[in-house]
Every structure is written in structure tokens, then in C-alpha cells.
Design a protein around this ligand. Structure first.
Ligand SMILES: NC(=O)C1=CN([C@@H]2O[C@H](COP(=O)(O)OP(=O)(O)OC[C@H]3O[C@@H](n4cnc5c(N)ncnc54)[C@H](OP(=O)(O)O)[C@@H]3O)[C@@H](O)[C@H]2O)C=CC1
Ligand SMILES: CC(=O)[C@@H](O)[C@H](O)COP(=O)(O)O
Ligand SMILES: [Mn+2]
Length: 387
């Protein structure tokens, strides 16, 4: 039996992971810890259903409600950010990191520090603190498995470790809900419009990131951290069918791609079973029915976020940390109807301009920069909203 913990179990990725656990052969998986932000009702229901040993809610004020919901079950409960990290530090065979945002950094690091196997969906962790995350994995011999569909595809298609033999890697992008929209429509976009992803069913924050294409910017940085390929050899192509998830082009001209229906249970199952595979009963891709696969260059005018991410990656040092923090602040304000859709990228750009490219070596420096960027982005957003 593989024992596992899920950080962010009540979200889109967390639920898909539990769906695979439920559908697997009896006894194949056992659940140790489930962690949520504040959704106590969903967390308690999951913990009971899957017989978890521990349920943790990050919002400390929700502990009473969690205790009450799990009374008589024998399931241990805990609350608060420290309890989240302690849950991640518990030894298990496999951990899913699916907390949204850089709030997931400390718990992801706790898994790596104990040399565990980390299935990483939480891309913000790699953008905010990539060097620290990778150094922890290297130091402890931990295993880092990419869950993000594009990165999982590239992970599956990579058959050499020699960077000289990799000409380029390609991340595909759906183009999001505004792929064909004009700027006026985008300027007036509401949260409801922005989270209506044309292909994938995901949490609110990543759905807005897909709409601005900052998601692909974050993924560009994520790919540069995970794979032995410089930024100049990572390409983004808009592919509305979201069927080819990622590609690797080799020095002999061969291109290896991973294809599948747009369902995160496929890459999650790949990480769950790695280095093997497991049977997953999902509808199969029917290429004849699909008929065609299209690819386009992204539009840099309507989607400036992709350029900002590439520039931050090129600048290095603390720039990706600033980009991520400012984006998290701006997306939250947009979802709260306190910022316009096009202002998201504008806030990120202005925050990057104001803070420059500061050094951010070590966890304390990264956390300080993350906090400074959040404060600056908040001020810039408030000024824009008042204008
Ligand atoms: N959804 C997808 O298809 C994909 C997602 N990803 C990445 O995976 C991550 C999760 O995405 P997704 O599942 O869509 O997001 P959701 O918003 O659906 O879920 C987020 C999860 O994180 C929990 N959470 C939020 N804040 C905290 C906190 N401070 N401490 C502990 N837990 C917290 C939430 O709990 P609660 O429910 O209580 O709020 C929830 O369980 C993101 O980084 C995203 O970019 C990557 C590729 C695809
Ligand atoms: C499922 C997944 O991996 C998401 O990151 C997805 O890629 C989002 O869609 P976009 O391609 O529109 O960003
Ligand atoms: Mn992705």
C-alpha cells in the first residue's frame, strides 16, 4: 500500500487526486493527511470517506468547526500554518502539493526536506523560490514529479539528460476564455467571464491566470527550473484543443509529444504510479472525432503577461519572486472586483519596474521580497483602482 498525503485536498487538483485513489484497486493507496485552507465541511467529509489519519485546516479559527465535524471519528485534527507544515513533514510514500499560491511553499519544502516524493502542482512555489526548492531536493535526494499538464507531458517525452541534444521544449496554451476577444471586451471582463475556461475545469486563481496567460508565463519559469533547457529554448504555442500538452524537439529533428484528453487525472495518475503506470478509466482521446489540431503564436499585445514572465526569467535574481507575488495580489483583487482585468498585468509590470532586480538568496530573503512585492502591488493596484 502506498501511503499518501494531499496538501490542498479540497481544491480541483486535490479532488482529482482523491478520485484516482477512490477508483484504484482496494488497498492500493492509504491516506495519511489531508490539508485544506478553510473549507472544513469538504475536508471533514473527505477525511471520513478516505479514512485519513489527520485532517488539517490552515485557518486557525476553523479548528473548532473541524473538531466538531470529525467528532467520534478518531481522526486527528490540527489547524494553523505550522500544522500544515507539520502534516507535510509526516513521513509518507507520496505527497501531492496542490495548495494554491506561494502559501504552499513551506509545506512543499517540508516534504523535500524529509527526502520525500513530491508531486508538485503548485507552480507558484517554483516561481517564487525555485532555487531553494531545487536545492532542497538535491540536498536530500527527494523526488520532484511535475503534475502541471505541460510539464508532466515534457517529463514523459524527455528521453535524454544531455541538454545539448534538446533543441527546444514547447509548452502549449489553450489561449483561455479571451483567446479571440478584443481589448475592449477584455477591459470590461468580469471574474465570471475570466474563470470560464474553455477547456479545463480548475480553481479560480489558475483560471484567471489562464485568461491573462500569466499561467503560461509562470509555466515558462517552472519549465526553466525543472528541465535542463535555457529560457531561449522554451517556446509557447497557443493550441486551442489542449490535446498536445507538451513537446520536446531533439537535435535529430524528432519531436516527442504527449497527448491526451484535457483531464488532470491523467498527469496526476502518472505521478501517482511513477516510475510505473496505472490503469485509469477515463474517456479516451478520439483523434478522428477531434479532426484537427491547431497551433498559433501567442498575441503579445493582448497578453503582455507572457512577456513579463519571460523578462523576469531573463533578469533572474528576485524578479520571478516579484512577478509571482504581484500577480497573486492583482488576481485576488480582480476576483474581489476591486481591479480591472487588464490591470492585472499592468500591476505586475509596474511592481517589477519599481522593485528592480534585487538579490534574493536564501529563504528569508525570498520571503522578505515576496512580502515587499505584495505591499507594493497592493499600493499600485489601489492607485489604479482609484484613478
Ligand atoms: N486545477 C488544475 O487543473 C491545475 C492546477 N495547478 C496548480 O495547482 C495548484 C492548485 O490549483 P487548484 O486545485 O486549481 O486550486 P483550488 O483553488 O481549486 O484549490 C486550492 C487548494 O488549496 C487550499 N488552500 C488555499 N489556501 C491555503 C492555505 N493558505 N493553506 C493551506 N491550503 C490552502 C484550498 O483549500 P480551501 O478549499 O479550504 O480553500 C484548496 O484545497 C495551483 O498552484 C495551480 O496553479 C496546476 C495545473 C493544473
Ligand atoms: C491543466 C493545466 O495544466 C493548466 O495549467 C492549463 O494549462 C491551463 O490552461 P491554459 O493553457 O489556458 O493556461
Ligand atoms: Mn498547466
Amino acid at each position: 500500500m502506498k501511503r499518501l498525503s494531499i496538501l490542498g485536498s479540497t481544491g480541483s487538483i486535490g479532488r482529482s487526486t482523491l478520485a484516482l485513489v477512490e477508483a484504484a484497486a482496494p488497498g492500493a493507496f492509504g491516506v495519511e493527511a489531508l490539508v485544506a485552507g478553510r473549507d472544513v465541511a469538504a475536508l471533514a467529509a473527505q477525511a471520513r470517506k478516505f479514512g485519513a489519519r489527520l485532517a488539517v485546516v490552515a485557518d486557525a479559527s476553523a479548528h473548532g468547526a473541524l473538531r466538531e465535524a470529525l467528532a467520534g471519528s478518531g481522526i486527528e485534527t490540527a489547524a494553523g500554518p505550522e500544522a500544515v507544515v507539520e502534516a507535510a513533514a509526516r513521513p509518507v510514500d507520496w505527497t501531492m502539493a496542490a495548495i494554491v499560491g506561494s502559501a504552499g511553499l513551506h509545506s512543499a519544502l517540508a516534504v523535500l526536506e524529509r527526502g520525500g516524493t513530491l508531486a508538485l502542482a503548485n507552480k507558484e512555489t517554483l516561481v517564487c523560490a525555485g532555487e531553494i526548492v531545487l536545492a532542497a531536493a538535491e540536498r536530500t535526494g527527494a523526488t520532484l514529479l511535475p503534475v502541471d499538464s505541460e510539464h508532466n507531458a515534457i517529463f514523459q517525452a524527455l528521453d535524454t539528460k544531455d541538454p545539448a541534444l534538446i533543441e527546444k521544449i514547447v509548452l502549449t496554451a489553450s489561449g483561455g476564455p479571451f483567446r479571440t476577444a478584443d481589448l475592449a471586451t477584455m477591459r470590461a471582463a468580469t471574474p465570471e467571464m475570466a474563470v470560464k475556461h474553455p477547456v479545463w475545469s480548475m480553481g479560480a486563481k489558475i483560471s484567471v491566470d489562464s485568461a491573462t496567460m500569466m499561467n503560461k508565463g509562470l509555466e515558462l519559469i517552472e519549465a526553466a527550473r525543472l528541465f535542463p533547457v535555457p529560457e531561449s529554448r522554451i517556446e509557447v504555442l497557443v493550441h486551442p484543443q489542449s490535446t498536445v500538452h507538451g513537446m520536446v524537439q531533439y537535435a535529430d529533428g524528432s519531436i516527442l509529444a504527449q497527448l491526451g484528453t484535457p483531464d488532470m487525472r491523467t498527469p496526476i495518475s502518472h505521478c501517482l504510479a511513477w516510475p510505473d503506470r496505472m490503469p485509469v478509466a477515463l474517456p479516451r482521446l478520439d483523434l478522428a472525432k477531434l479532426g484537427r489540431l491547431e497551433f498559433f503564436a501567442p498575441d503579445p499585445v493582448r497578453f503582455p503577461a507572457l512577456r513579463l514572465a519571460r523578462e523576469a526569467l531573463q533578469a533572474g535574481a528576485g524578479a520571478p519572486t516579484i512577478l509571482n507575488a504581484a500577480n497573486e495580489v492583482a488576481v485576488a483583487l480582480f476576483l474581489d472586483r476591486r481591479l480591472g482585468f487588464l490591470d492585472i498585468a499592468a500591476v505586475v509590470e509596474e511592481t517589477l519596474d519599481r522593485l528592480g532586480v534585487p538579490d534574493a538568496a536564501g529563504l528569508d530573503a525570498v520571503l522578505a521580497l515576496d512580502a515587499a512585492a505584495r505591499a507594493e502591488a497592493g499600493r499600485i493596484a489601489a492607485r489604479r483602482a482609484a484613478a
